[in-house]
Design a protein around this ligand. Sequence first.
Ligand SMILES: Cc1cc2nc3c(=O)[nH]c(=O)nc-3n(C[C@H](O)[C@H](O)[C@H](O)COP(=O)(O)O)c2cc1C
Length: 192
Amino acid sequence: MKNRKKALKNKSIFVGVTGGVAAYKTVDLVRRLKDEGASVTVIMTDASKNFITPLSLEIASGNKVYSGLFDSPMTHIKLPRDADLMVIAPATANIIGKFANGIADDLLSTCLLSFRGKVVIAPSMNWRMYENPIFQENLKRLLSHGVIQIGPEKGELACGEEGTGRMAETSEIIEAVKSALSKKDFSKKKKL
Ligand SMILES: Cc1cc2nc3c(=O)[nH]c(=O)nc-3n(C[C@H](O)[C@H](O)[C@H](O)COP(=O)(O)O)c2cc1C
């Protein structure tokens, strides 16, 4: 373990946390991204604070946790500039709908819009929401723009029902992050 090669060394990963029941799992995701050598910065939505505290994520990441769009000027532009990748876990139907439609009404959605790198989303919700055709259209739209989806899985959901909506396992999200970062970003190169 000590001499294991850290696949995410020198990578800056921004983790967006939204208001879903799976938000408590993000503490483990943040820890494990750090174990892989990444520097992790967390952006929380207001709704996510009902499920997990900013303090837990600050301790896990070892970095300040961001949340308010108007807390300090230009955070929505400056923050994402330093990121190699953004991962949204869990990704609510709401953030997926906002991102797919270019809505920027809080810090996370505004950062997503100003970020020009790869974005990985781990949707998590009740199967009725997941299978809603409007949600599926939003998802399809994001995928057509290069957003990488991981999960959800089928199984027992927090509401007690069975269906597709469980957030992907942490290890799978980390694999998706590694794979996304190992592919060359030609669009970025072109711009440089
Ligand atoms: C107890 C509870 C659990 C919820 N779980 C989810 C969930 O797992 N996935 C989801 O998409 N929305 C869920 N919601 C709804 C979101 O919290 C709501 O749409 C919220 O506006 C999301 O805001 P955000 O995307 O800015 O975090 C839940 C709501 C409640 C009250």
